[in-house]
Design a protein. Structure first.
Length: 86
């Protein structure tokens, strides 16, 4: 997994890179691009309020699956309790 520990070798290299003057001029080498405005939506593509699709809420389906899972769990627990101990 990800470790937050920094080894000394990495910290020394990072400090050297930040202290180096050439690293600051590298950002100036990239050409400056013009900002393009975002395309506007076409007027014909807008849907009326009645034509929009309404999706069902996720909470209902999650609640149902949780209820089903709890039922299955309780059935499994009842079966375990009914088994005779050998």
């Amino acid at each position: 997994m990800f470790s937050k520990k920094i080894i000394p070798e990495t910290s020394i290299m990072t400090k050297a890179h930040l202290a180096d003057c050439t690293s600051r001029t590298e950002s100036e080498r990239f050409p400056k691009l013009q900002l393009k405005p975002l395309p506007k939506r076409l007027e014909g593509s807008r849907l009326g309020l009645a034509e929009r699709v309404i999706l069902p809420s996720l909470k209902q389906s999650l609640a149902r699956s949780m209820v089903e899972q709890q039922k299955r769990l309780s059935v499994a627990q009842r079966r375990r309790m009914r088994r005779p101990v050998l």
